[in-house]
Write a protein that binds this ligand. Structure first.
Ligand code: FNR
Length: 378
């Protein structure tokens, strides 16, 4: 099969994964309106075509929080990635490093911090959730620091888990026969898992290290589910700001007032995000929320955006709307599930090619050149 876009990788991922895992990745909260609008609002933004300006020399690189990136793109933190491909976090992180962009390890990864960080030629980013168990948070931060992580992504839009109908239908929301069958399939030669060699494919590496025992999907649903903390406020994050010496990015900002609070708090960056439409259905798409937020805080803080980005044109659109760089979520996960690390590398090549076309035809030679002028106003 010829893979020309992330849409093709999505189709390939659907063929390869057990249904409950595919729908876990692909689905969103409630009626999935925000999920759909994340994609359609971006796609509807008209780029402003300009011609005959000698665009032979493009530079797609950028500097983000002191780090050089070949593209203004970071792989977003995605939980359970090691279930979509063997040692999936390592495969994806190495692919990102080969293409010169950072990879963010999720709190709920299969491969632990200590497995992924040493496998990379550049520092990885680490994502932390706010959890009731502050001991886990401190443990994870200390381990991330010891492993050489510089940039911390703090995800704040999960004080409660969003309800996802697809997970309820597919069995992802609780132990059941489909899930048990999947556990068994993990040891099947078709998957060629390194069971017992480099860790179990269904182990939550970071959580296991903390709890001191192997974990699995039941713990993801049970331990993590019981650990979301709706009491969290900016005050609760102060010890983390004091502890973490490197850049700290707050992920899950969708409102200009909250963005200003993030600046006051002393964050180095924000990710304008609705968690890929997986939390509160009905909120604005990131593309619609971004311009007001960028107006409010641009220059005071690094502004990133995610949710709905499926190709390089979308990357250019988000930057034109005010982002300094973007995070890719499902786009890289589909590619990983379909074709492993080679798929992620190829996906990043596709994004680069698509960005080159969009930059050439909007007369944007550098990332800094991509401004509101690259869009048709009104
Ligand atoms: C996520 N996301 C996420 N975010 C986070 O901070 N920690 C996590 O563990 C996860 N896990 C996760 C799993 C899956 C399967 C998906 C699809 C997403 C959210 C992710 O980082 C990002 O914000 C969205 O994926 C962006 O939206 P798009 O690009 O997928 O539309």
């Amino acid at each position: 099969m010829i893979v020309a876009s992330s849409t093709d990788y999505r189709a390939a991922a659907q063929r390869r994964l057990p249904p409950f895992l595919f729908h876990y990745i692909d689905g969103g909260a409630y009626a999935e309106r925000t999920l759909a609008r994340n994609v359609s609002d971006l796609a509807d933004i008209a780029l402003r075509q300009r011609v005959l300006k000698d665009m032979s020399q493009l530079d797609l690189s950028t500097t983000l929080l002191g780090e050089r990136l070949a593209l203004p793109v970071v792989l977003a933190p995605v939980g359970l990635t090691g279930m979509y491909a063997r040692r999936g976090e390592v495969q994806a992180a190495q692919a990102a490093a080969r293409k010169g962009v950072p990879f963010t390890l999720s709190t709920v990864s299969v491969c632990p911090i200590e497995e992924v960080a040493p496998a990379l030629p550049r520092p990885m980013w680490f994502q932390l959730y706010v959890l009731r168990d502050r001991g886990f948070m401190r443990h994870a931060l200390e381990r991330a620091q010891a492993a050489g992580v510089r940039t911390l992504v703090f995800t704040v839009d999960m004080p409660v888990p969003g309800a996802r109908y697809r997970d309820l239908h597919s069995g992802m929301s609780g132990p059941n026969a489909a899930m048990r069958r999947y556990w068994q399939s993990l040891t099947h030669p078709r998957w060629a898992w390194d069971v017992g060699v480099r860790g179990r494919p269904h182990d939550l590496g970071n959580v296991s290290r903390y709890l001191g025992k192997p974990t699995g999907l039941e713990d993801y649903i049970g331990w993590l589910g019981a650990n979301f903390d709706p009491a969290i406020s900016w005050k609760d994050l102060e010890w983390i700001r004091a502890f973490w010496k490197g850049p700290m990015i707050i992920k899950g900002i969708l409102d200009a007032e909250d963005a200003r609070d993030a600046v006051r708090f002393g964050a180095d960056g924000i990710v304008v995000s609705n968690h890929g439409g997986r939390q509160l259905d009905g909120v604005l798409s990131s593309a619609r929320a971004l311009p007001d937020i960028a107006d409010a805080v641009k220059g005071d803080i690094t502004v990133m955006a995610d949710s709905g980005i499926r190709n390089g044109l979308d990357v250019v659109r988000m930057i034109a709307l005010g982002a300094d760089a973007v995070m890719l979520g499902r786009a890289w996960v589909y590619a990983l599930a379909a074709a492993g690390g080679a798929g992620v590398e190829h996906l990043l090549e596709l994004i680069e090619k698509e960005m080159r076309v969009a930059m050439t035809l909007t007369s944007s030679r550098t990332i800094a050149d991509i401004t509101g002028d690259a869009l048709v106003r009104g």
